[in-house]
Write a protein that binds this ligand. Structure first.
Ligand SMILES: Nc1ncnc2c1ncn2[C@@H]1O[C@H](COP(=O)(O)OP(=O)(O)OP(=O)(O)O)[C@@H](O)[C@H]1O
Ligand SMILES: [Mg+2]
Length: 163
């Protein structure tokens, strides 16, 4: 194994409860600082791989090894469906991970404004998800992932919805 490997999947298998085998003997090494895209037809298991790396669901077999100083804790996830809280504004949706981490208001406010700026949604801070286009919702979801400045960013088709 390469010393600079951040995440290594070895012989990973995933069979869902209904018997669908989504992954069979997957081997994948993701290097430090690497940008990796998983490409393949619908249903081939791309989202399944991301969820297993993120610890959302159990593998049926195999191992995931975290190299260097990395761990699942430094990971942020942009889901294939934007997965926003419909009752909360853009600002509060982006704030969620900082709230969960117990960040102070001053630090959180600056980080939230920065993340919203970065995805070009300045002016929409008080809007609700139902008032946004599909692409805008995805951008809120991306801002929410970036707001903690994660070491590892997993994005599941974040640019699928254009808006
Ligand atoms: N919770 C589940 N229960 C049963 N089968 C599932 C579940 N989630 C996914 N699958 C199945 O696992 C396979 C892989 O699904 P996955 O969502 O990983 O595909 P994908 O490559 O992300 O597809 P897409 O490009 O359409 O997003 C599919 O056959 C799907 O039907
Ligand atoms: Mg998918």
């Amino acid at each position: 194994m390469n010393q600079d490997t951040a995440i290594t999947l070895s012989h990973v298998c995933k069979a869902y409860a209904n018997g669908t085998v989504a992954l069979a003997d997957l081997n994948l090494a993701i290097g430090e600082g690497e940008f990796v895209s998983l490409v393949g037809p619908s249903g081939c298991g791309k989202s399944t791989v991301l969820r297993l790396i993120a610890g959302l669901g159990k593998m049926s077999a195999g191992t995931i090894h975290w190299g260097g100083h990395h761990s699942q804790k430094e990971l942020a996830f942009v889901f294939q469906e934007a997965a926003l809280m419909p009752w909360a504004t853009v600002w509060d949706n982006v704030r969620l991970p900082l709230k969960l981490a117990g960040a102070s208001k001053a630090i959180a406010d600056r980080a939230i404004a920065e993340a919203i700026n970065l995805v070009d949604l300045k002016g929409f801070e008080q809007a609700y998800p139902r008032e946004l286009s599909g692409g805008m919702k995805m951008r809120v979801s991306i801002a929410r992932a970036l707001v903690t400045k994660p070491e590892i960013l997993m994005m599941d088709e974040p640019f699928g919805a254009r808006g």
